[in-house]
Each structure stands twice: as C-alpha cells, then as structure tokens.
Unconditional design. Structure first.
Length: 253
C-alpha cells in the first residue's frame, strides 16, 4: 500500500483533515497531565504532536511501519520515543502506557482485533484504548467523492467503501472482539476548504494510500477520465469538504 511516501506528500493528501481531527480526538480522550501515551500508526505525527503538547515529549511514544513517517515524527516531536513497528506487534512492554490511541489506522491493520489487543496489552489497567476511522461506508470520508467517481467509471474496482471499522457500530464491535467492553462512542467532524478543483485533485496525483495505488495503476487516458469525472462531481469555484469519523474510547480492565 502506498504509504512509503514522503511525509509532505501525506500531509498534502490527508493532513488538512487529520490535523483538526487530532485536535478533536485528543479532546474526546481527555488526556491528563502525568499520563504516558502511545500513538499507534502515528503517520507524520498529527496526533503525536497533540499528545506532546499536553504531556511533554518525555511522556509520549509513537510507532509506525513507515520509515519516512518515523523520521518526520522524530523531527517534529523531538524527545518523544518514536519507533518503527506495527500495531499487531507493538515494540513496547506490557502495561507501559496510560493511553494507546490509533488515528485513521484500524482499517489498515492486517488484523484489527489483534492490533487492538496489542494496544490493550501495553495499556495499564484502568487506562484507555482509543481509535477513530472515517465513515467510508456512509460516504462521509474525505476520499468519498474520489471513490464515487472511480465506481462510476469502473464498477468492479476495489475501493474503501467498507473497510474494518468504517460503518456505524463496527469499530465498537472490533473493540469488543478484542476484549474491550467498557466503551463510549462518538462522531468527529471536520471541514476543509478548497479554492477550487485543482487544489482538491493535486493530492491524488501524489500516489498516497489506497487512492494512490488506484491512480498509479491507471493508463494516462483512464487517469484523465477519472480526473474529469471528479471535476464534474464537485462544485465550480471554492467549496468545502466535510468529513466525519467514527471514534471509540475504551477503558482497560
């Protein structure tokens, strides 16, 4: 999957949504001074930076399988414990943090239940495990217009319409399957403004994530057709895109 990209490319593609989402996610979790926190699948560090701002770099750890993202987070959050690794095999000791959080990551885990179980393993009893994911199933993700255009042109295409945790109630089901039963759920909504279509389309040419994989596999004529279909689905001139994520916070036993 196309996440072996420069942190700047990801920031252009998803940062304008992930950054404000991280603000809301941090508020939802209710981080308190004196805690130690782990950002699982930290990407370029949107959530990591919020954790550092609230707890101090010495109290924050982060992990991601992308070397370029790890390097970016180490530069962005100097002093934090930033490691290369995966959610399904976290390189941290049992009961070593008060909070483990995963923003926009669960649906990319090879085994979401195992990943959540690992997050619970490294979280102390009475701590919190938290995650969020865009509402792909409900068509409320930042990429929903893009995938709608793809389906219009290529109905057999594999898209992101129903990944793990991306429909109402399913993220909570995954938490329960991982043994986390004291839950609270929420919806988090962000809005991003664009000056016009070209600003919206450009990030899709940077070949990031599943949309990047799809675009990279297109012949030039098909890519131009997809661009034009997207253009027709969006307003002329400036417009806003509203995106909503499902979020779940669980208390460990």
């Amino acid at each position: 999957m196309a996440f072996d990209v420069a942190a700047g490319a990801y920031a252009q593609f998803m940062g304008r949504y992930a950054e404000p989402l991280a603000d809301q996610f941090a508020e939802l979790v209710g981080i308190r001074p004196g805690q130690r926190a782990l950002d699982v699948g930290c990407g370029p560090g949107a959530l990591t930076e919020r954790l550092v701002a609230r707890l101090g770099a010495h109290a924050v750890a982060a992990v991601d399988p992308s070397t370029s993202f790890i390097e970016a987070v180490r530069a962005r959050c100097a002093g934090a414990d930033v490691r290369l690794g995966t959610a399904e095999n976290l390189p941290f000791d049992d009961d070593s943090v008060d909070l483990s959080a995963a923003q926009l990551v669960v649906h990319f885990m090879s085994d979401p239940v195992a990943g959540l179980q690992e997050m619970a393993r490294v979280t102390r009893p009475g701590g919190q495990v938290a995650a969020n994911i865009w509402d792909f199933h409900g068509g409320r993700a930042p990429q929903s217009v893009f995938w709608g255009a793809v389906r219009d042109l290529d109905p057999a295409a594999t898209d992101e319409s129903d990944p793990a945790g991306a429909r109402e109630g399913h993220l909570a089901e995954l938490f329960r399957a991982a043994g986390l039963t004291t839950l609270r759920s929420a919806e988090l909504t962000v809005v991003s403004s664009y000056t016009g279509f070209d600003e919206w389309w450009h990030p899709y040419t940077l070949l990031v994530g599943p949309p990047g994989d799809y675009v990279a596999g297109l012949e030039p004529d098909s890519r131009r057709a997809l661009e034009e279909r997207c253009r027709r689905l969006l307003p002329d001139g400036p417009f806003d895109v509203t995106a909503t994520a499902w979020a779940v916070v669980a208390r460990t036993g």
